[in-house]
Design a protein around this ligand. Structure first.
Ligand SMILES: Cc1cc2nc3c(=O)[nH]c(=O)nc-3n(C[C@H](O)[C@H](O)[C@H](O)COP(=O)(O)OP(=O)(O)OC[C@H]3O[C@@H](n4cnc5c(N)ncnc54)[C@H](O)[C@@H]3O)c2cc1C
Length: 426
């Protein structure tokens, strides 16, 4: 049996067997098969099969250091499917936002903390895709990340500048040869201590976002130091606090010159937030799947607990909300894919509208996922909160998602600002 191994077995063999990755994947597929295009459904099944085999072959208990799995996962093409990547010789057949959503679902069902960590590497892949300008070192870094040879982190947040990210304190000073010298501190970077590559943001004038630059950094360079921040809700993820001391960035690693960095930062945020939406939904589905299997098998008062209205009705309620949020997300993923297919890029107007949609979906899906996971754990009783299943990992992660990628209040700020803009058009 392949499942999470707890310290002490609390769930009986029969139910644990049924909570296997294979059966959970099956439940998800019955839910999605009517709504997905064949190419996306086939990709989902292909990715699920890969993770099922990977788990079995390596006897994975989900207590391991998941960073060690990344090279093999990358070699098989499951770190990101946002793009075709034919510019680095990969040529994925199935790719795009919907495919990425499917990849996240398959990876999260296998291991939620891995899915969150891999998501941070994708945040570096996207700017490299947009701003490589065919420069060798950038293309090389891009390929290393997509194929899982290397790991990456994105450095925006600073100890004194969180939500107010644009008014940065980390500085970059241009030198005569076009290189930059960077000094400052960043904090809460997902993958920070494990990262080989980083994309960092810095300003030529403190507190002035209009002077922001976007820079690619090899973390083995002099001047990069990192400490691990302990986030007890995600114990297997490595989060960093970085200090840059006179770190020299050669000219070919400058992805956006001072003045361009701010636009580059915002351009990445839409995709980052939609990526979080996909993760939130994967977490909600994963929890519902655990709860549906468990409550159909666990008996109390001589009947399966699902048959008690106090369990079956709230579970259906969580299921309905998750289905409807999934359909909304599939719709936006498909719209993005259609535009990319027709135009090769996202038009400026659409990107602006997408900014608000990404905030709306991020805001609602994070709240939904936190509630769904907690309530599912609750409906499973002690089995939902012990360490025998992935429910505990899901509980930790779903509590954090509201903070990363812009807090709940920042999403509300973006949405209310947009209501003002819309009113002005009337
Ligand atoms: C697990 C995890 C992973 C992360 N990964 C990354 C990463 O990979 N890269 C990276 O750069 N950062 C990352 N972050 C950082 C994250 O983006 C920030 O934590 C977040 O932007 C909030 O910043 P802060 O923590 O400084 O909180 P603060 O900005 O200090 O906010 C504290 C509280 O004040 C509220 N607040 C602030 N301003 C306003 C306002 N104007 N109106 C109303 N309320 C307001 C906030 O909503 C929040 O509730 C991560 C964080 C976590 C927890």
């Amino acid at each position: 049996m392949n499942n999470k191994k707890g310290q002490v077995q609390c769930i009986n063999d029969e139910i644990l067997e049924k909570l296997s990755l294979k059966t959970r994947n099956k439940f998800l597929n019955y839910n999605l098969m009517s709504f997905l295009k064949p190419k996306h459904f086939n990709f989902l099944k292909q990715a699920q099969k890969f993770f099922e085999k990977f788990e079995k072959k390596n006897n994975i208990t989900h207590n391991e250091d998941f960073y060690e799995w990344i090279p093999e996962i990358g070699r098989n093409g499951y770190i990101t499917r946002m793009h075709k990547f034919d510019n680095i010789g990969l040529d994925f057949e199935t790719y795009g936002m919907t495919t990425e959503f499917m990849r996240v679902l398959a990876m999260d069902f296998f291991d939620p903390q891995l899915a969150m960590g891999a998501g941070a590497t994708v945040l570096v892949v996207n700017p490299l895709m947009l701003h490589h300008e065919n420069v060798d070192v950038r293309l090389k870094a891009l390929k290393e990340l997509v194929t899982g040879e290397k790991i990456a982190c994105i450095c925006i947040t600073e100890p004194e500048r969180g939500s107010d990210a644009v008014r940065m304190l980390t500085t970059c000073d241009e030198q005569e040869d076009g290189s930059f010298i960077v000094n400052g501190e960043k904090i809460y970077q997902t993958n920070g201590p494990k990262a080989d590559w980083a994309v960092i943001y810095a300003v030529t004038e403190k507190n002035n976002g209009n002077t922001m630059a976007q820079l690619l950094v090899n973390t083995s360079w002099d001047g990069w130091e990192v400490e691990r921040v302990n986030i007890p809700w995600t114990p297997r993820m490595h989060i960093g606090k970085e200090t840059f001391t006179n770190m020299k960035i050669p000219a070919e690693y400058v992805l956006g010159k001072p003045g361009d960095g701010r636009e580059h930062l915002f351009e990445g945020l839409n995709l980052e937030r939609l990526g979080i939406v996909c993760l939130n939904l994967a977490e909600a589905w994963n929890a519902i799947t655990h709860a549906v299997i468990y409550t159909n098998m666990r008996k109390q008062f001589n009947k399966e607990i699902l048959k008690h209205q106090g369990v079956g009705f709230p579970l259906s309620d969580l299921w309905a909300q998750t289905v409807s949020m999934t359909l909304a997300t599939l719709n936006i993923c498909q719209t993005i894919d259609d535009k990319m297919e027709k135009l090769g890029t996202l038009p400026k107007e659409f990107n602006l509208a997408l900014g608000v949609t990404a905030s709306q979906l991020k805001f609602l899906s994070t709240k939904l996922s936190e509630r769904v996971v907690y309530e599912c754990a609750n409906l499973m009783g002690g089995a939902g909160v012990c360490d025998n299943t992935l429910m505990h990992d899901l509980l930790g992660i779903s509590r954090i998602q509201e903070i990363g990628g812009g807090t709940r209040q920042i999403q509300q700020y973006i949405m209310s600002y947009s209501l003002r803009q819309l009113f002005r058009l009337l």
